[in-house]
Design a protein around this ligand. Structure first.
Ligand code: GLN
Length: 460
C-alpha cells in the first residue's frame, strides 16, 4: 500500500484520482496484515484497488465527478465496494478515480475535476468514462481498479491505456450503490493488467444481491477455473490450446472509418489466435451503425429520469441564489450539472415527452431488441466475437470535445454489447506508430465470462 501511495503522490499530474486519503488506506492495510497474520485471509487480502468515483464508498467522497455531488459522503458502501473491501475480500482501497461526469463521455474530459491524462502520452485522452481507473492501472498507481460500462466505459479506456477490462453480462454484478446513469445498460466490472487478474476480481464481485432486483441468481462460479486449460477439454495438445474455438469476426466492425493501424493490429491478433488453434469465421451484425442513435436515445432517456433526484433538497449541491422552491431546483441543477449532462437530460426529456415517445423511445427499444437477436444469430456460428474496441486510438485532449457527434461515433463498436446485455472485454493487442495502445474487443454470449477470460489469458 505504501509503495502505491508513493507512486500516486509522484503522479498527481495524471489527475487519475478524485479522492485520496493515505491514512485510511494505511489503516485498511494494517487490518489486512492482521487478517493475514491470523490466517484469516483470501487470495485478494491486502491487495490494493482503486474505485471509480461512481461507486458510493463510506468514508470517501462519492462525486461521480460532478459538482452536483462535489462534497457528497455516502453513509454506506456500494455492493461492489463492500465485496472487494476489507470486510469482504480484504482488498485495500487506494482512492476514488476520476471519470466523466455521471459516466457520460468517452474521453474523461467531462469531469468536473479536469481530465485524467493518458500515461502513454499525456497530451492524449485516456478514454472514458472510467478514464481515471484505466490511467491508475496503466501507470502502476494501483494493481486493479473498478469501472462501470454503460456503452463502453470499461472497454474503451482499457483499450486507450493498454490494459484489460471486462464488462460482465448485465445483471452479473450488483448495481447497488453505483450512481445510476442508464440503469438498463449500466454494469460494473474489473480493470487490471491481465485477464487472469480480472478473473480473480470477478470471483469477488459477481453474484445475486437482494438490494438490486436486476442482479441475477446463478450458481456461484469460479472465473479462474478455466485459466490455462485447453478450449477443448478432451484435447491435450499444448501448442494449440484454443483448438476448436470458433471466432466470429463481424464484417461491420471493419467497415470504412476504422483506423488503418487499428485494423492491422486486430488482424494480427486474429492471426495469433489462429496460431493458438482457433478458427475465424466472418459473421454479420447488420444493425451495428444503428447502435449509436439507439443508445443516444435510450441512455439519455434513462439518465433524465435517474438524474431527477438531484434537486438540491436531500443531498448534493444547492444553489445559494433562490427565492422559492422552483428556483432552488432550477438554479441548483443549472449550476451543479456540467454541459454534457444537461444536454443529455434535455435529449432524454424530449424523447420521453408526449407526442415524441413513440417516434424515438419506442422505436429505439424495438431496434434494441433486433440488435440483441442479431447477436444470437451470430453466436449460432461462433463461440466468441472479436473486433476492435474503438475505430481509433486515443485522440488529443480537446480534439473532439467541441464536436459531440464525432465523440459519439467513437462508441460504435462498444454500444451494442450493452444494448444486448452481453459480456464484452478489451485486451491490449499492440501499439500504433507513435506508441499509443490498441485494444482488441471480445464479445461473448450471456454468462460466458469464464470462457472469454480463458481465451484472453491464452493470448496474453
Ligand atoms: N461513451 C458513452 C457515453 O458517453 C458510454 C459511457 C459509459 O459507458 N458510461 O455515454
Amino acid at each position: 500500500t505504501n509503495y502505491f501511495l508513493n507512486r500516486m503522490s509522484a503522479s498527481t499530474s495524471l489527475n487519475a484520482f478524485i479522492d485520496v486519503q493515505p491514512e485510511l488506506s494505511l489503516a485498511q492495510a494494517k487490518q489486512a496484515d492482521l487478517l493475514i497474520a491470523q490466517g484469516n485471509h483470501g487470495k485478494l487480502t491486502g491487495i490494493p484497488i482503486a474505485h471509480k468515483d461512481v461507486f458510493v464508498t463510506k468514508g470517501w467522497k462519492s462525486t461521480a465527478a460532478s459538482k452536483m455531488l462535489g462534497n457528497y459522503m455516502s453513509p454506506f458502501d456500494a455492493t461492489v465496494v463492500e465485496k472487494l473491501g476489507i470486510s469482504g475480500s480484504g482488498m485495500v482501497c487506494l482512492g476514488k478515480t476520476n471519470m466523466d461526469e455521471f459516466a457520460m463521455g468517452s474521453s474523461n474530459e467531462n469531469s468536473a475535476f479536469g481530465p485524467a491524462l493518458n500515461p502513454w502520452n499525456t497530451q492524449y485522452v485516456p478514454g472514458g468514462s472510467s478514464g481515471g481507473s484505466a490511467v491508475a492501472v496503466a501507470a502502476g498507481l494501483t494493481l486493479a481498479a473498478t469501472g462501470t460500462d454503460t456503452g463502453g466505459s470499461i472497454r474503451q479506456p482499457a483499450a486507450f491505456c493498454g490494459i484489460t477490462g471486462i464488462k460482465p453480462t448485465y445483471g452479473r454484478v450488483s448495481r447497488y450503490g453505483m450512481i445510476a446513469y442508464a440503469s438498463s445498460l449500466d454494469q460494473a466490472g474489473p480493470m487490471a493488467k491481465t485477464a487472469g487478474e480480472c478473473a480473480w476480481l470477478m470471483n469477488a464481485i459477481a453474484g445475486k444481491d437482494q438490494r438490486d432486483s436486476t442482479s441475477i441468481e446463478r450458481a456461484s462460479e469460479d472465473f479462474t477455473e478455466k485459466l490455462g486449460k485447453n478450449w477443448d477439454s478432451s484435447s491435450s495438445t499444448s501448442s494449440k490450446p484454443l483448438q476448436g474455438l470458433r471466432i466470429g469476426v463481424p464484417k461491420e466492425f471493419f467497415a470504412q472509418g476504422l483506423n488503418q493501424e487499428v485494423k492491422t493490429a486486430i488482424e494480427q491478433a486474429l492471426k495469433q489466435f489462429e496460431m493458438l488453434g482457433a478458427t475465424c469465421v466472418e459473421v454479420s451484425l447488420p444493425k451495428t451503425e444503428l447502435s449509436i442513435p439507439v443508445y443516444y436515445v435510450l441512455a439519455p432517456a434513462e439518465a433524465s429520469s435517474n438524474l431527477s433526484r438531484y434537486d438540491g433538497v436531500r443531498y448534493g449541491y444547492r444553489s445559494e441564489k433562490y427565492k422559492d422552491l422552483a428556483q432552488m431546483y432550477t438554479h441548483s441543477r443549472s449550476e451543479g450539472f456540467g454541459a454534457e449532462v444537461k444536454k443529455r437530460i434535455l435529449v432524454g426529456t424530449y424523447v420521453l415527452s408526449q407526442g415524441y415517445y413513440d417516434a424515438y423511445y419506442l422505436q429505439a427499444q424495438k431496434i434494441r431488441r433486433i440488435i440483441a437477436q442479431d447477436f444470437q444469430t451470430a453466436f449460432a456460428q461462433c463461440d466468441v466475437l472479436m473486433g476492435p474496441v474503438a475505430p481509433d486510438v486515443a485522440w488529443k485532449i480537446g480534439e473532439k470535445s467541441k464536436d459531440p457527434i464525432a465523440m459519439y461515433l467513437e462508441d460504435i463498436f462498444t454500444l451494442s454489447a450493452n444494448l444486448a446485455g452481453l459480456p464484452a472485454m478489451s485486451l491490449p493487442c499492440g501499439f500504433n506508430q507513435i506508441g499509443l495502445p490498441i485494444g482488441l474487443q471480445m464479445i461473448g454470449n450471456y454468462f460466458k465470462e469464464a470462457e472469454m477470460l480463458q481465451v484472453a489469458d491464452h493470448y496474453q
